[in-house]
Design a protein around this ligand. Structure first.
Ligand SMILES: Nc1ncnc2c1ncn2[C@@H]1O[C@H](COP(=O)(O)OP(=O)(O)O)[C@@H](O)[C@H]1O
Ligand SMILES: [Mg+2]
Length: 415
């Protein structure tokens, strides 16, 4: 028997807190609104390379169009998921849809959406392309639902409409005067002030900042990384380093796709300027999914609070209001590449990650069984769900019976 949730239930307008204000994107938001308003457009994909600003745009669309749909708009972050089995549960979690244990989850999700009129925003679909039929199923079963997805590649569904996201606007010549009117320059200055509060765009700096924005093609993530250096480097030096890196990337030997070069060109000088210890910590941090706490980072990677703060200053990590740290998915992948180059270290770090989260589950027993703090325990586990999934899978693959038994102690109290 499928127990359906209360029909009057509407998803809460709950979006991740954003650390910075939105820059530019007026034209993009207008065009996306126009597309979404067309009855025939039921699945719209924002396509563009990593770091170009798709997620930020999708968050803004969710916020802006929430009240245009009787049942609101719901943002589903899919990026930490490494398996398509979890899409349905991620959607249910964002919709706050309680599943009944008996009955197929997909059926319950489709049944729930059937009479809903809402905007479902599925962020970061690119690594789930073999699960696109799920979106078709939703469109068929839920005639009043519209879906907005973001992806590095188009999904190639017949129902799909595509909107290509480009970088923020940037000055095309070095002699431009009103360069503050360009989105890329505004983002550079906004982020530079975060690390260096007295930063001003002097006449001398304008040429260099225009150059940087041009070199990274107005790509927001590249701008965030390069502007983080203003406290210690003059803008001309930052521009020169990106230029040098771009020149190297353009050589056939590097074999990097042109559309990935701007971002790489900003990442590599940042990477090269990290201390050995910072590099080591950052590549180890790439094993986390969906963020991590300071304690977890310390246990798994040996990172001190000082190192974490330095990585935040360099825009490689972001700290959210609840104190959790996050890595942008593209930067995480760069870190992962570095870690993959040392397979032994990688296995060791994955073991530590597994130990940490299996013990973490086990520790919940105290709260659940003895302290009667089920809601608190559930909240803690929910925050760590992506890490827990990876740890659990590794424990199973490696046959860590004791760790699984220990983790299960923490979970049996739920039943
Ligand atoms: N218009 C914008 N204004 C301010 N910050 C932005 C803007 N677009 C992107 N960013 C920031 O740039 C970074 C990369 O953007 P993101 O949306 O995550 O890119 P993508 O999803 O395409 O990989 C993020 O830190 C994001 O907050
Ligand atoms: Mg994204």
């Amino acid at each position: 028997v499928i127990v359906l949730p209360d029909a009057t239930f509407t998803p809460e307008h709950k979006l991740p807190a954003l650390p910075t204000s939105l820059v530019g994107r007026h034209d993009e938001l207008t065009e996306i609104a126009r597309l979404l308003a067309q009855p025939a457009c039921r699945l719209l994909t924002l396509v563009g390379p990593g770091g170009i600003g798709k997620t930020r745009l999708a968050l803004e669309v969710t916020r802006l169009h929430h009240d245009d749909f009787p049942d609101g708009a719901c943002f589903v972050p899919l990026q930490p998921l490494n398996s398509r089995e979890f899409i349905v549960s991620a959607m249910a979690a964002s919709l706050q849809l309680p599943f009944s244990p008996n009955g197929d989850w997909l059926e319950q999700l489709l049944e729930y959406l059937r009479e809903k009129s809402l905007l479902l925003v599925a962020d970061n679909f690119e690594h789930l392309l073999d699960a696109v039929h799920l979106l078709s199923d939703i469109l068929i079963h839920a005639p009043l639902v519209k879906i907005l997805t973001t992806s590095r590649e188009r999904l190639n569904l017949i129902e799909e409409w595509v909107y290509e996201v480009g970088g923020l606007s940037f000055p095309t010549s070095e002699s431009g005067t009103d360069i503050e009117t360009y989105g890329a320059v505004q983002l550079f200055v906004q982020n530079a002030r975060r690390v260096h509060n007295s930063f001003v765009l002097t006449h001398a700096r304008k040429t260099a900042v225009s150059r940087i924005c041009r070199l990274v093609g107005g790509m927001p993530l590249g701008i965030e990384l390069s502007s983080a250096w203003v406290r210690v480097l003059p803008c001309e030096v930052i521009a020169d380093e990106i230029q040098r890196s771009l020149d190297i990337l353009e050589t056939p030997a590097r074999n990097i796709l042109p559309r990935h070069r701007n971002m790489r060109a900003a990442f590599e000088p940042t990477w090269d300027r990290l201390s050995e210890e910072e590099q080591c910590v950052f590549k180890k941090l790439s094993v986390f999914r969906g963020g991590f706490t300071r304690e977890a980072a310390e246990f798994v990677t040996g990172a001190s609070l000082r190192i974490l703060s330095t990585l935040v200053d360099k825009s490689l990590l972001r700290i959210s209001e609840n104190g959790r740290y996050h890595i942008h998915e593209l930067l995480r992948q760069y870190g992962e590449e570095q870690l993959d180059a040392s397979p032994q270290l990688r296995e060791y770090i994955l073991d530590l990650h597994c130990d940490y989260y299996m013990a973490f589950l086990g520790q919940r027993e105290l709260e659940i069984v003895f302290l009667g703090q089920q809601p608190e325990a559930i909240e803690k586990i929910t925050l760590e769900l992506d890490n827990v999934r990876i740890a659990w899978r590794r424990a199973v693959e490696q046959g860590c019976i004791e760790e699984i038994a220990q983790a299960a102690e923490g979970l049996w109290g739920f039943y």
